[in-house]
Design a protein around this ligand. Structure first.
Ligand code: 1GP
Length: 250
């Protein structure tokens, strides 16, 4: 459980973590991957998440390529069972607990469970909570589930508590990739106070201010993906913001 240990140790010491999300569908060209890998080497985020809403045949290739060029651990963040590959260092075994679609609560998991177990990959049970945004996001559309209303932080907290009681080791508050706006600060804060496992926040974080709002509200782990597809260089700036927030906490 090396990756989970890294995360829980950091969170216990109140050290915020920075995760860069790469969607294999949007980063498949070798030149693009190499450019990204060199930025990752300079920036040194804590983890790389790999995944997307659609199935991509290039997931394993992307991970192999990244691993040959940088040492940052890779964690699969799959949109469905077919995206599973044992190439990654760990797998977020996500259950979409804000939704009521059994396929994303347990169905996809059953399909892939024997292969996951056989591979020996580190598996981290994660309660995935989709939060309403202004527009329909890909997660909402593909999963055919209703997100939690933005103005109902208590519903998000109750969902997160249920996830923790069911054994989730991480809770992920997700607005959806490219969401506008991101998860509300009040919801992050109410959820954080309700759980004792690490809290991941992602979806539509595109500025330093967005990141600081999420950190101040209590996010332990910040995930940024979409904005880095158009401006990968922002990774450096975001890493600095998170690092200086960490130092202020000491
Ligand atoms: C999406 O939480 C992640 O699943 C990250 O969101 O792509 O909007 O940064 P963005």
């Amino acid at each position: 459980q090396a990756i989970y240990q890294l995360v829980s140790d950091a969170v216990q010491q109140n050290q915020k973590l920075f995760v860069v999300l790469i969607d294999p569908d949007k980063c498949s060209d070798e030149k693009q991957i190499s450019h990204f890998a060199s930025l990752l080497n300079t920036t040194k985020p804590d983890l790389i998440f790999i995944g997307g809403s659609l199935t991509s045949e290039s997931t394993a290739r992307l991970i192999k390529h990244l691993k040959s060029q940088c040492l940052i651990p890779t964690v699969l963040f799959p949109g469905n069972a077919i995206q599973f590959t044992p190439e990654a260092d760990a797998l977020l075994f996500l259950s979409l607990i804000s939704g009521r679609n059994p396929d994303f609560l347990i169905g996809q998991h059953v399909v892939i469970a024997p292969a996951v177990k056989q591979s020996g990959i580190e598996t981290i049970s994660t309660g995935y909570i989709l939060v309403e945004s202004d527009q329909t996001t890909a997660v909402e559309y593909i999963s055919n589930t209703r997100p939690i209303p933005r103005h109902k932080p208590q519903l998000a907290a109750a969902t997160a508590i249920a996830g923790e009681l069911l054994g989730n080791k991480l809770i992920y508050l997700e607005a959806g990739s490219g969401a506008k706006p991101p998860v509300p600060a009040e919801m992050i804060s109410v959820v954080k106070k309700s759980i004792s496992v690490p809290l991941i926040v992602g979806g539509g974080l595109r500025t330093n201010e967005d990141i600081l709002n999420a950190l101040n509200a209590g996010a332990d782990i910040i995930v940024v993906g979409n904005i880095l597809e158009s401006t990968p260089e922002k990774m450096v700036e975001f890493a600095k913001t998170i690092k200086s927030f960490r130092n202020q906490q000491k």
